[in-house]
Design a binder for this molecule. Structure first.
Ligand SMILES: Cc1cc2nc3c(=O)[nH]c(=O)nc-3n(C[C@H](O)[C@H](O)[C@H](O)COP(=O)(O)OP(=O)(O)OC[C@H]3O[C@@H](n4cnc5c(N)ncnc54)[C@H](O)[C@@H]3O)c2cc1C
Length: 565
């Protein structure tokens, strides 16, 4: 089974410490129990117990320290970090969030050439500290170019920092807040570290209403020495974007963890509830919703896992991860919302109850598409790859599953963030042709029509500048990429073929939906409308396949997991 079941942890690791980290973390939450988990959530209790657990077991130290800065168990290994992400999401987004913003805070540090600060970060990690990433500002949101935080040079060679940062997780406790700003004189970008406990660091407030602390902080003439500068100019800019490249991938895993727990809870409830002398799960629409939720969740996980392979294998000559990674960010997280919507429609009132995990999931799943660049920002990025993806493929050596216990050094040496339009991809057709399945055949027809649309009714200059138009087109393109990596991993994980076909049942429906959306845009031409209309297709129905998936894959999960009380 591909979904996480904490009570039957079976993910393979090639060494013991990684498994131990996952099992200990599961034990921490199961021992804490569902009642206490929910009570802390309701009362917005600061998660001191979790931070103590991390510290005692040196978990962030092992998981987030590059091999040259820590002991033998330390490395940044995306294979194991994926599962750690998933487990934290499974038990609660707040716990995941303190880990996530530590990752972001560490990005500009590990990417810098400042050895002193790197050694300091490793020491703090060993002592059990968490980290923070001060990029966002209240007035500027996604527009990082307009950053106002600034450093003014002083006669003695040091600097004074002035400015406000907003929405900064762990900003209440991080001894190293990686802070992005500009030099007041030259306007050059700069990353420096600030310490929350300094008297010139004003912690204004927590801007959110939750267990997490998402800080608004102001630096008032905060003294910064040369030794506290992490990077400058282009390097500082690149490390901001490259850090987000690493971090935003994790958002998909938080969604996967949340959906998996919510799925078990919803299924246990519905399959054990009797109405009109039958089980709720006997309603045809309930079956449909569960099968759809399960197929979508399986696809989310297959895609995110396969993206990890490309991130781990990346190099200056292979930057394909830069397409797959924003796809995890925007597609996996929005699919997460879809999964929760489907489940909630079945369990209805139960999803509001204060003692359920689901009630948290329904709230928290909304966050993931919005953080670290919205869905729109990521689709705008994804469409830059479309021309090369469809019309200019390149051969690459076959990429196996990347589960080796090794440090992912390239993530901290990603280099310049420019030149995205030059990145080339292996031919998507290869894996689409590997399977011979009815829904895949329909989906391939839709892809062929999309290519014809792009070549025969190419969006004009105005349409290419119209983000409303581009977003719908981007959604269709994203589906092709999504399908490709799902198939690659279906092969690697030897997924049951009927399940692969069931996944492409929703892919066909989603493709048709986006085609209709684009069809309805004000600027779509007659020629474009013609192609789009042809893309509206119906999946290949197969009652036998559906019944098999329902019985063997979905209903089989009933009562296999329930969090300890
Ligand atoms: C709970 C929480 C925790 C956070 N933690 C951190 C943190 O630790 N550190 C940190 O630095 N930040 C953090 N953030 C900030 C977060 O990354 C921003 O919210 C996010 O980048 C988007 O900014 P915004 O919400 O202000 O939207 P805005 O920038 O105001 O965007 C408004 C709209 O414009 C669209 N838009 C903007 N630019 C583009 C574009 N180029 N193309 C297409 N559409 C565009 C957006 O999609 C959106 O719909 C956090 C936010 C929250 C809510």
């Amino acid at each position: 089974m591909i979904l996480l079941n904490p009570k039957k942890h079976n993910r393979p690791y090639r060494e013991e410490r990684s498994r131990e980290i996952m099992l200990k973390t599961i034990d921490f939450f199961e021992n804490k129990g569902k009642q206490k988990l929910k009570e802390d959530d309701r009362n917005r209790v600061w998660y001191e117990d979790f931070l103590d657990f991390i510290k005692e077991n040196e978990l962030f130290y092992n998981l987030l320290t590059p091999e040259n800065y820590g002991d033998a168990d330390c490395r940044w290994d995306t294979w194991r970090n994926c599962e750690f992400n998933e487990i934290l999401g499974f038990y609660g987004l707040h716990y995941w969030y303190t880990w996530q913003v530590s990752i972001l805070g560490l990005g500009p540090i590990w990417m810098s050439h400042n050895e002193e600060q790197k050694k300091r970060a490793a020491r703090l990690l060993k002592e059990g500290h968490v980290f923070a990433f001060g990029l966002s500002e209240r007035e500027h949101g996604a527009d990082v170019y307009s950053t106002e935080m600034n450093l003014t040079p002083q006669p003695d060679g040091s600097y004074r920092a002035n400015g406000e940062k907003y929405y900064i997780g762990n900003g209440n406790i991080a001894e190293m807040v990686s802070t992005f700003g500009k030099m007041a004189d030259s306007g050059d970008y700069v990353f420096f570290v600030a310490n929350y406990s300094h008297k010139n660091y004003e912690l204004v407030k927590n801007v959110v209403n939750s267990q997490s602390y998402v800080a608004d902080f102001i630096l008032h003439d905060y003294p910064v020495s040369e030794a506290e500068i992490l990077s400058r100019g282009q390097e500082a800019w690149d490390s901001a974007l490259n850090t987000v490249n690493v971090g935003k991938y994790n958002l998909g895993w938080a969604s996967i963890g949340i959906c998996t727990h919510a799925f078990y809870e919803a299924l246990n409830h519905a399959a054990n509830r009797t109405l009109y002398a039958m089980k709720v799960t006997d309603f045809p629409h309930a079956k449909q919703m569960f099968v759809d939720a399960y197929a979508r969740l399986t696809a989310m996980k297959l895609f995110a896992l396969r993206t990890s392979d490309y991130m781990r294998a990346a190099s200056p000559d292979d930057r394909r991860y830069l397409l797959y990674n924003p796809t995890v960010k925007m597609k996996v997280t929005t699919q997460g919302e879809e999964v929760i919507n489907l489940l909630w429609d079945v369990i209805a009132a139960k999803g509001f109850e204060r003692d359920t995990y689901f009630e948290m999931a329904a709230r928290d799943i909304r966050a993931l598409p919005k953080l670290e660049g919205t869905v729109h920002v990521n689709i705008a990025l994804i469409v830059k790859f479309m021309a090369n993806y469809f019309f200019n493929p390149q051969e690459y050596p076959h990429l196996e599953k990347q589960d080796q216990p090794r440090h992912d050094d390239f993530l901290f040496n990603q280099g310049p963030t420019r030149g995205l339009g030059n990145i080339r991809f292996h031919d998507y057709k290869e894996v689409y042709d590997f399977y011979n399945l009815p829904n895949l055949a329909v989906f391939k027809e839709q892809i062929a029509l999309l290519k014809e649309f792009l070549a025969g009714a190419t969006p004009d200059a105005d349409q290419q500048k119209d983000t409303d138009f581009l977003l719908s087109l981007g959604e269709m393109f994203t589906l092709v990429v999504y399908g490709q990596l799902i198939l690659e991993n279906a092969k690697i994980y030897e997924l049951d073929e009927p399940l692969v076909d069931q996944i492409f049942d929703f892919m066909v429906r989603d493709f048709a939906k986006f085609a209709l959306t684009l069809y309805s845009k004000p600027s779509t031409t007659e020629a474009q409308m013609g192609y789009l209309q042809k893309m509206i297709k119906k999946p290949a129905a197969d009652a036998g396949r559906f019944a098999k998936i329902w019985k063997e894959h979905v209903l089989a999960l009933k009562d296999i997991y329930e969090m300890s009380p």
